[in-house]
Design a protein around this ligand. Structure first.
Ligand code: ZN
Length: 496
């Protein structure tokens, strides 16, 4: 009797454990194994042959690799929540226009942050003014800063030459092969340099020959400046493409590669703006700063774009950057530019401002910006530019952590503020000019008063640094360390 009970207990424990494992298995298996792919297509029309042949091929591929394909024919459903259900966005046959604003924004963010992989064909570079829709600038940049120019209307076969045989998309693909009946789009400029070209088409191989040419003609490429794994194929016009083993190998490779995790690098993208029309010492600083920041991109850890075109201060462009850096000017001249910057900051953007970016007086006429700076209004400065002893106000803050409690900062024109931003509750001053410097200056002398140099308005992800005058700013390792900390802190969310 006793033995039976023990045996029963043993058996029931086993059964429970098995049942539990099975239950866990059913719970985990579909989530872990199946890859959901969103397929965006237009149906009907002259590309129907390609689309239906590709969908047939995908169905077989899906069975083999446990990929599930969900087809959409318009973008109304697409928002961030919807995209989060998919691992790959397959733009099989759909142009970069006639998208809802919500879909555009969600797509940009997913590619930007690498939460989805992307494989695009043919129509994805119909970039320009089509059917009454204006150019989607973000998408044009994504594809290498191009605009659609022309195509071979009667189609031609062409020979693809693989340039990156070791790229995962080209695994098992012939080094050189002919693809049939293609339109071979041309663009207003070559995307090479802004994107990594995996293959090009040899225009001299066109059958029949055609005058619609680009010279160097990229045909497969990836934008490595995005966190998303992404690849674009110029081809996608005719059903016969699916008869090419090399084409289907590339397609399968692309889907498998794009379904992998988002890339670690670049960690973030910054837009650095500067004004070329300001005083020489502020232009000199800007050029040094750009070199300093670009040196940090070694290894592609981050992307540094520079501009002196204030038209770049529009919402569509700003939201493609994690950080805006103002080297010697305000982040907005016109009302529209200023509103765009304010919206960018209010939606979680980050800003690093140097020296003249913070200068403001009665003529500035931008109350929001003065408030953003912590209410600091320019009061006076020393002259000539001089080194000064700076003291750390808060050694526990990530920006000043590890710094000596005081250091001599290289020659700068130091701005004193009235009112001082320190008076604001939402301002945290991190570095100040030591009163030991007084009197500071020969021509213009600062003799007294509070003198914050580095601070943050804690309502925003922002930091202002008063350094930024002349050619000596980046000559001190201690100060460079502070600059590095500042960027690292502003971009803290991008470091997991
Ligand atoms: Zn200055």
């Amino acid at each position: 009797m006793k033995k039976t009970i023990i045996l029963l207990r043993y058996v029931s424990t086993k059964i429970c454990l098995l049942a539990f494992l099975c239950w866990m298995g059913t719970l985990l298996q579909p989530i872990a194994a199946q890859t959901n792919v969103l397929v965006l297509t237009e149906r009907g029309g002259q590309h129907e042959g390609f689309v239906s042949a590709a969908l047939d091929w995908l169905e077989d591929f899906g069975k083999e690799h446990d990929f599930r394909f969900v087809e959409l024919n318009q973008t109304e459903k697409i928002d961030s929540a919807y995209l989060s259900r998919f691992r790959v966005f397959l733009q099989l046959d759909y142009p970069p226009y006639n998208w809802t604003d919500t879909a555009k924004k969600a797509f940009e963010q997913a590619i930007f942050n690498g939460t989805i992989g992307w494989v695009g064909f043919h129509h994805a570079t119909l970039l320009g003014d089509f059917d009454g829709f204006p150019l989607w600038r973000w998408f044009s940049d994504y594809m290498g800063g191009i605009r659609f120019q022309n195509y071979i209307a009667e189609t031609a076969s062409g020979r693809l030459e693989v340039e990156q045989p070791h790229h995962p998309v080209m695994r098992g693909v012939s080094r050189s092969f002919v693809l049939p009946h293609e339109e071979w789009y041309t663009f207003d400029r070559n995307p090479r340099g802004r994107v990594k070209v995996l293959a090009h088409v040899d225009e001299s191989s066109y059958q029949p020959a055609s005058d619609v040419r680009m010279g160097d003609h990229p045909a497969v490429w990836t934008n490595e400046r995005m966190k998303a794994r992404n690849v674009y194929f110029l081809m996608g016009h005719h059903a016969d493409l699916l008869k090419s083993k090399d084409f289907t190998t590339m397609l399968g490779n692309a889907l498998l590669w794009a379904s992998g995790p988002g890339k670690w690098f670049p960690r973030f993208r910054m837009l650095v703006h500067y004004n070329k029309e300001v005083e020489k010492a502020h232009r000199d600083f800007a050029l040094d700063a750009i070199r300093f920041l670009q040196d940090m991109t070694i290894g592609d850890g981050m992307v540094v774009d520079t501009t002196s075109n204030m038209a770049d201060f529009n919402e569509e462009r700003l939201r493609t950057y994690h950080l805006v850096v103002s080297l010697n000017d305000h982040p907005g001249h016109t009302e529209a530019q200023r509103r765009a910057f304010q919206a960018y900051m209010e939606h979680g953007g980050a800003w690093l401002g140097f020296h003249a970016a913070g200068y403001n007086d009665a003529g500035t006429g931008w109350p929001w910006y003065v408030d953003f700076l912590g209410g600091a209004v320019f009061h006076r400065n020393n002259w000539p530019p001089l080194p000064a002893k700076l003291t750390i106000d808060d050694p526990t803050h990530p920006v000043t952590k590890g710094m000596p409690s005081a250091f001599i900062s290289p020659e700068n024109e130091w701005y004193q503020w009235s009112p001082s931003p320190r008076l604001r509750k939402n301002v945290k001053v991190l570095v100040s000019l030591s009163p030991e410097n007084y009197p500071l200056g020969f021509k213009d002398t600062v003799t007294d008063g509070d003198f914050p140099v580095v601070w943050t308005n804690t309502d925003y992800n922002m930091l202002y640094l008063n350094m930024g005058h002349g050619r000596r700013i980046f000559t001190d390792a201690t100060q460079n360390y502070l600059f590095y900390n500042a960027i690292r802190w502003l971009m803290r969310k991008q470091f997991h």
